[in-house]
Design a binder for this molecule. Sequence first.
Ligand code: SF4
Ligand code: SF4
Length: 85
Amino acid sequence: MSLMINDECINCDVCESECPNHAIYQGNDIYIIDSAKCTECVGHFDEPQCLEVCPVDCIFPDPVHIEQQSELMSKFLKLVALNAC
Ligand code: SF4
Ligand code: SF4
């Protein structure tokens, strides 16, 4: 599944540059993860990079976007193909 950021985000900006899929951006109040681009870092890293760096642990699985490992890999391959265009 995609990850999501909750309202404990302190807008520190650390996670944005760590995302290999450019899925994280600054929203009006807190940072936001684009579920269409988040692969839980599948295809790039063994662990979600945003989770590793967030100083306040405000990033969690998004229950609205539940995906299996194979679906995350499929999303990764589509993103790679798009970026190659
Ligand atoms: Fe980006 Fe990985 Fe975090 Fe998803 S889990 S938002 S792909 S850094
Ligand atoms: Fe918010 Fe955590 Fe990202 Fe910092 S690292 S902007 S606190 S989600």
